[in-house]
Write a protein of this length. Structure first.
Lengths: 113, 298
């Protein structure tokens, strides 16, 4: 069983505070890359974009070959550089239309696993 | 922290610009009617956007009348009025926020500014009482924000934590005029990032001044030797905030004023960033250049 299963559930239901608390108790995990990636998602959900950027970077550095982490990292970099704002927005708006969890779009849409 | 949310006039069609102005003048007139002539000085571009967004989402009918400007009777203006709550709400936000801003200025400014703020606050006091009585929720939200802001500054908070009080405030204010439940969630997120953007651009704009006076600034730990490197970092933070803001903006069911609101989001925000972060320093560079030139000829 995935040790982060519950964290992921909490994130997808928008309970970021709870997810963060749970993650904090799992700090010593073997899978530091995933831990950082999930912290990035939690921060994203809370709107703490600087933390999200830092955690996302750590996840990508720990496992650069992981497609999910890489995609997240690249999306963030693109947003920070300010390019293609509108196109991204259209894609994101499409994929979570009706869900209304627009703040987790970026993370959830990329998380296809 | 007022006046950062503005349309980029150059890219707005004339009829849309006139419509925008009529909302601005309409809000001014509404303030005068609700709270008396002196409350008009609290008028801001940000509250105009708030009124416009609220009118658009609630499908309020807007009627325009011609009249004379109260501040400049020689000028003829168009005044927009709606059949809903939008103007009353935006006016109350304007008065309440200005009152608290003055209160804050009195606490942490030099002598002259303090004295000025003291008088403005005294003038606004009655207006504030009236607005707070009508909208106790807004009063509570703003007063909470001020408390949390002070706390964050005391703890020398970083970017995310320092921006949170303003972000949460605008988020809560946007929820107040939500037309339905599904839009409430979108507005909550949209408001959060609008508030965050406003707070952070204000902080970046004031960075140099704050460093000089040793005041709190969330970007002060990120300062690098070269001012343009520092500003590039601030710009990245603002860019990311703006792109999150756009994500939720796209989900809002905007009806009227779409052209103007689109202009503010897609053109106004980036151009304001450029103006506050880069153009300001470019100008000082050219004066240096001329200074250098005159010295050379001497």
């Amino acid at each position: 069983m995935d040790e982060f299963y519950q964290v992921k559930e909490l994130i997808s239901s928008g309970q970021y505070e709870e997810a963060e608390n749970l993650l904090m108790s799992l700090q010593l995990t073997e899978d530091q890359a995933q831990w950082n990636y999930l912290m990035a998602q939690v921060s994203m959900g809370k709107g703490w974009l600087e933390y999200a950027t830092q955690y996302g970077e750590k996840a990508y550095q720990a496992e650069p070959e992981n497609e999910t982490y890489k995609q997240f990292y690249e999306t963030v970099q693109k947003q920070r550089s300010g390019e293609k704002k509108k196109e991204d927005a259209n894609n994101a708006a499409e994929c979570c239309l009706g869900l209304c969890e627009c703040c987790v779009c970026l993370t959830d849409c990329n998380n296809n696993d | 922290m007022f006046g950062y949310l503005q349309p980029l006039k150059d890219e707005l069609r004339l009829k849309d610009f006139q419509l925008y102005k009529s909302v601005y003048c309409g809000l001014c007139r509404h303030l005068g009617k609700d709270y008396g002539i002196l409350s008009r000085m609290t008028l801001s571009y940000d509250c105009t956007v708030l009124a416009m967004l609220s009118m658009s989402l609630n499908h309020e009918k807007c009627s325009v009348t011609k009249g004379r400007c109260t501040c400049n009777p020689a000028k003829k203006c168009m005044f927009c009025d709606s059949d809903g709550e939008s103007f009353a709400l935006a006016g109350a936000v304007s008065v309440i926020m200005s009152y608290y801003k003055m209160k804050d200025t009195i606490q942490d400014s030099g002598f002259f500014k303090k004295t000025a703020a003291f008088f403005i606050k005294a003038v606004l006091h009655r207006n504030y009482k009236k607005a707070a009585k009508k909208y106790p929720k807004i009063d509570e939200l703003v007063s909470d924000m001020m408390k949390h802001q002070l706390e964050a500054e005391k703890n020398d908070a970083g970017v995310d934590v320092a921006a949170e009080p303003t972000a949460k405030l605008i988020s809560a204010l946007c929820k107040e005029f939500s037309p339905n439940e599904s839009q409430t969630r979108v507005l909550e997120v949209f408001g959060y990032f609008v508030g965050r953007w406003i707070y952070l651009i204000d902080a970046a704009d004031d960075l140099e001044k704050d460093m000089k006076h040793k005041n709190f600034n969330p970007f002060s730990t990120k300062v690098q030797e070269n001012i343009s490197d520092t500003m590039t970092y601030c710009n990245e933070v603002l860019n990311m905030t703006a792109s999150q803001l756009v994500l939720s903006y796209e989900l809002l069911e905007i009806d009227q004023y779409k052209e103007i609101l689109n202009n503010i989001i897609y053109a106004g925000i980036p151009s304001m960033q450029k103006k506050c972060l880069f153009d300001k320093y470019e100008k000082t560079k050219t004066t240096d250049y001329y200074e250098a030139l005159t010295q050379k000829t001497l």
